[in-house]
Design a protein around this ligand. Structure first.
Ligand code: ADP
Ligand code: ZN
Length: 763
């Protein structure tokens, strides 16, 4: 009997061997169910069996999900590649590709009506019409029958009861997403140039292009054009089979060709006489990655307006039925354009032809839990393996990307001026040491004045502070007691809306007491420092007639608040990180940053880069359509290079300075980093394990092992944490060295080890 290796979504790097039962047609890439331990499990056939386990010890493959196309070669290689790079077991990477496998793999059934050939032809005219149509068209959905024959539900029911119509259930054919009427704006000169350059990448295999353009320069429009072109080209070359047509001029483009829908969504004829559906030829799929799922709504609306159909939105909070439908549409190629956050990269697209990573600089592309990977970098890898072009779009390229441009690995397309407002944003620094807020307030007189002016003109204000809640710390004025999380080395954050103290790391929450728990003095507890809720309080007192909204990321009505800003119902929006990302608020005229220095405090290697990107992006929200935009940054270090670069709008100067510092210090992208994080409930044990690991480090030229040191967040959810940082030159075989080293030093029980290649977080 034939044997195959089946990879399972479990923490194993290798698959297990299974026998292929007689009559089952199994090939590499197929989705199968196999017995594993006491339970059945879904996996993917990874290759011919290689182990020498005796045949009688092998179990049979129990089910082949043959309604799904096999996982593509490129996808399997991508899983292998990711596992090798991140040091995660292959099985855990596979797991990311099939979330809730049991649910998503089940065939989608469809109920169809068909004519019973043994039944006599009815004489009643309405029934006769139904009979004739069904004979001609074969099985069809109830909706089709009703629409095409004008029959009522009652007639159909009667015919079913009379055994004239049979009701059958079968695997639904995928309905290929197609795009209808659409509206493409006329691109301006700079956009046309960018677009022409991007079009060159289509059908030319692997390439990476940085689309570098200030916020509002129309990058989205340009990559929409690229998407349209991709879909058009491939559709056209498919329709006129053998004669690929690549229309060069915009005017000559047909509307997105609809005939790619080989099996129409509700077409009955395609089902006639078929028991097993054939997959439609998927000709092309495009993935657009956004950093944050909160951003997709506006994007999706825009896409729909532009393309006449919605993109498939992949995110984790959809219903199981939707997930199944979308996952299958992605796997069988009927989903043509998919948008999602980082997890959308690990879906088994049948045939990707292009990837866009929007806001490529965003730190949230780094996945920290489970398999830790940088989705932007992995998207480039995927493009390479699929041999397709990828676009990285941003107004503030990451240093990694800039380095690749310098090295000639990525090409760069620039977009000139702002589409909506060429003048750009006037950026001012407010020196908080001189321009001091009133006691107990956080907004300087200058910022308040500017807010007043803008609001009087009927425009909107955005205030940014990257701190949730009311105050980041509460202490007792009498004895100095500070509220610390019982499980983490972190202060409890005060929330005012529903009065409580909460830990941001483990979400432990407690009621705010009246008296100090240490000295029992009543009324001595004071809030230290501001969170967004406290700014909200200050702003409401200042502008009592304005509609003020506050978002902090964990609110459920974030979307509603964003909409209120978009359609002008809100006057002032106050919020955290969430507001920096790609939103388009047409009436926003002033952006105020309450504490511009906040991000510089942590001091990790990307602190300056991130602060620059964040503040630059925030400033870019202002003045997109209304009067000239202004941005005001409150700082106590106006001479800091980041603040000076922002003020001078000298992005490239800042990047150059930052890059030369990194180069001197050998930090990424001029050197390689990996972090080892050990944690466990027993502090001593964890520390000992970390020390032992470092003692056992190989002595190789170039390898530097820093630590172990208690992590800055030294206790999290009652787990003690120690960090080791590995630093090497670029040409160092980091993964190989780590793999060998870590294999030699098993962790004692109760201590976990997490490997983070290219770490972005050092907490
Ligand atoms: P970016 O992605 O660079 O931030 P967008 O693509 O969001 O820029 O464009 C900013 C605004 O300008 C959007 O409202 C967009 O619809 C509009 N816009 C961009 N290009 C054009 C164009 N060629 N014609 C009409 N409107 C455009
Ligand atoms: Zn906690």
């Amino acid at each position: 009997m034939k044997r195959m290796e089946v990879l399972l979504p479990r923490p194993f790097d290798r698959g297990f061997d299974y026998l292929v039962p007689q009559g089952m047609d199994i090939a590499v890439g197929d989705y199968v169910r196999v017995p594993f331990g006491s339970k059945p499990m879904i996996g993917v056939v990874w290759g011919e069996a290689t182990s020498d386990v005796p045949a009688q010890k092998c179990k049979n493959i129990s089910e082949h999900f043959d309604h799904l196309p096999p996982m593509s070669d490129a996808m399997r290689r991508f899983i292998d590649w990711t596992a090798a790079y991140t040091l995660a077991p292959r099985g855990m990477v596979l797991k990311m590709t099939m979330p809730q496998a049991e649910g998503v793999m089940q065939p989608q059934l469809q109920t169809l009506l068909c004519w019973n050939a043994d039944a006599p032809v009815p004489s009643q005219p309405k029934r006769a019409a139904v009979a004739q149509w069904l004979v001609e068209h074969g099985a069809a959905t109830r909706e089709d029958v009703k629409r095409e024959t004008g029959a009522s539900d009652a007639i159909i029911r009667a015919m079913v009861l009379a055994n004239m119509i049979e009701v059958i259930s079968q695997v639904a054919a995928p309905s290929v997403q197609h795009f209808g009427d659409h509206h493409a704006p006329k691109l301006n000169e700079s956009q046309q140039l960018a677009s022409a350059n991007l079009r060159e990448t289509i059908g030319q295999g692997f390439s990476v292009t940085l689309m570098d353009g200030v916020t509002g320069s129309g990058k989205t429009e340009v990559y929409f054009d690229w998407i349209e072109q991709q879909l058009n080209n491939l559709a056209a070359s498919n329709v006129v089979s053998g004669i690929p047509s690549f229309p060069q001029r915009r005017e000559s483009l047909s509307p997105l060709v609809q005939s790619v829908t080989e099996i129409p969504a509700s077409g009955a004829s395609a089902f006639a006489g078929m028991t097993q559906q054939k997959m439609p030829q998927a000709d092309s799929q495009i993935l657009v990655m956004l950093p944050e799922i909160a951003l997709t709504n506006q994007w999706v609306q825009r896409f729909e307006k532009r393309f006449g159909a919605a993109a498939v939105v992949w995110h984790s909070t959809i219903t199981p039925a939707q997930r199944r439908q979308q996952w299958q549409a992605i796997a069988n190629g009927s989903a043509r354009v998919v948008v999602g956050a980082r997890s959308s990269l690990y879906l088994p697209y049948k045939k990707l032809v292009g990837i866009v990573v929007d806001e490529e600089h965003e730190p949230s592309y780094k996945q920290e839990d489970g398999v830790s990977y940088q989705a932007r970098d992995m998207a480039v890898v995927r493009a390479k393996l699929e041999n397709i072009p990828i676009i990285l779009a941003t107004a503030t390229p990451s240093i990694e990307t800039m380095r690749n441009v310098q090295l000639g690995k990525y090409q760069r397309v620039t977009l000139g001026e702002r589409f909506a407002r060429p003048e750009g944003v006037a950026l001012e620094l407010i020196d908080l040491r001189i321009d001091k807020p009133e006691k107990g307030e956080w907004l300087s007189p200058t910022l308040k004045r500017a807010m007043k002016e803008v609001l009087e003109q009927g425009a909107q204000v955005l205030l940014f502070l990257n701190r949730k809640g009311y105050a980041p710390l509460v202490l007792c004025r009498h004895c100095g007691y500070r509220f610390e999380c019982p499980n983490c080395s972190a202060w409890m954050v005060q929330y005012k809306q529903s009065p409580r103290l909460q830990c941001h790391h483990c979400h432990t929450s407690m009621k705010m007491p009246d008296a100090c728990p240490a000295c029992q003095e009543p009324d001595q507890l004071v809030a230290c420092g501001p969170g967004v809720e406290r700014i909200d309080e200050e702003v409401r007192a200042l502008f009592p007639t304005c509609n003020v909204r506050c978002v902090s990321g964990d609110d459920t009505d974030v979307q509603d608040t964003l909409n209120a800003m978009i359609d002008g119902r809100a006057d002032i929006i106050i919020g955290t990180q969430l507001l920096a990302k790609g939103h388009h608020f047409p009436k926003l005229a002033l952006v105020g940053v309450v504490d511009a220095d906040l991000g510089l405090a942590g001091g990790d290697l990307r602190a300056c880069e991130r602060t620059y990107q964040l503040l630059h992006q925030l400033a870019g929200r202002a003045g997109r359509e209304v009067a000239a935009g202004r941005a005001m940054l409150q700082t106590v270090q106006p001479d800091h290079p980041v603040m000076q670069a922002l003020k001078a709008a000298d992005r490239d100067g800042f990047l150059a300075a930052e890059m030369s510092q990194r180069e001197q210090a050998g930090w990424p992208p001029y050197g390689r980093l990996a972090a080892l994080l050990l944690d466990g409930a027993n502090e001593q044990r964890v520390q000992q394990a970390a020390r032992h690991l470092v003692q056992q480090a190989p002595r190789i030229n170039g390898l530097r092992v820093l630590g172990p040191a208690p992590a800055p967040l030294s206790r999290l959810k009652n787990q003690y944490r120690f960090r080791i940082l590995i630093k090497t030159p670029l040409d160092f075989a980091l993964q190989k060295t780590l793999r060998e080293w870590l294999a030699r030093v098993p962790m004692p029980s109760g201590v976990r080890l997490k490997v983070d290649i290219d770490p972005y977080q050092f907490l």
